[in-house]
Design a protein around this ligand. Sequence first.
Ligand SMILES: CCCC/C=C/CC(=O)SCCNC(=O)CCNC(=O)[C@H](O)C(C)(C)COP(=O)(O)OP(=O)(O)OC[C@H]1O[C@@H](n2cnc3c(N)ncnc32)[C@H](O)[C@@H]1OP(=O)(O)O
Length: 276
Amino acid sequence: MFLRRSVTLAMSLKNYSSEAKNLVAVAVNNQTGVATVTLQRPPVNSLNLELLNELSSALTELEEKKARGIILKSSSDSVFSAGLDIHEFSNTEEGRLKKFWTALQDVWIKLYGHSAPTVACINGHAPAGGCLLALSCEYRVMLKQKTIGLNETKLGIVAPLWFIASMENVIGRRLTELSLTTGKMYTTEEALKIGLIDEIAEDTNDAVSKSENFLKLFQNISPFARSQTKKFIRGNTVQSLVKTREADLKAFIDDITSEKVQKGLKVYMESLKKGK
Ligand SMILES: CCCC/C=C/CC(=O)SCCNC(=O)CCNC(=O)[C@H](O)C(C)(C)COP(=O)(O)OP(=O)(O)OC[C@H]1O[C@@H](n2cnc3c(N)ncnc32)[C@H](O)[C@@H]1OP(=O)(O)O
């Protein structure tokens, strides 16, 4: 019965792009029903509106098709995701800004509360929004010699409450406060020490295999019992954004379009380019 469902899943999943480019690829293993969702927007998988929309559709379809697990990874071995595409912030066209933030909220709500067990296979650096995606999963395997963290204060911006909650639910309030206020980027080894990640991998193959091993823990667990338990544990966090989406969107638009933040972002982008 399970095998039949898996085959259906594999056959019905398509590439998630409404455009010519595919920014997110989904591959489902016929035997296990586990989906590998790969971010593929070179050079750094920065999250723009189109990528977020594709990721959101992929997560919906994997929910509908009852995927048995999700591994979220990058097509690059260097960067998992550089976080939100900073170019979206300088686009002050309000219509697009609204769609962009709403798409990010959608992705977070779907990923954080997904019925399937989720693993972030962090095969590269994961600052800011990249770290948020990883924190939204249930388990994190990260390549050695990379960095991860919520560094928003370094850009002169304030991480929304749901970014903060995502970290707090993993490493606790004290460390979250220190991490966010200082905009700390942790090395892989430091991240393991504080519980921000669960395992270190030598390379991407090793990371995928460790991610698959985590998902094997659920082979003999009822998917219903597992996902309901996850819902009980994560439900309040998800609801806190669901109930305040409009206010959160307004706060984002007000913050990001302010002259002070725009100036700071310009300086940050220049420093990124100089850092080459
Ligand atoms: C008020 C509401 C709160 C909003 C919340 C925001 C959360 C966010 O996610 S903000 C985004 C924060 N992200 C970062 O600070 C990451 C910045 N990037 C890096 O640190 C590095 O790029 C990297 C460690 C991820 C990768 O380093 P690497 O040496 O491999 O690549 P680079 O040469 O630095 O970058 C290549 C290329 O990509 C551009 N770029 C990098 N990050 C972003 C980004 N987040 N958005 C847009 N573009 C990005 C970088 O400028 C380079 O472009 P050029 O080749 O044109 O110079």
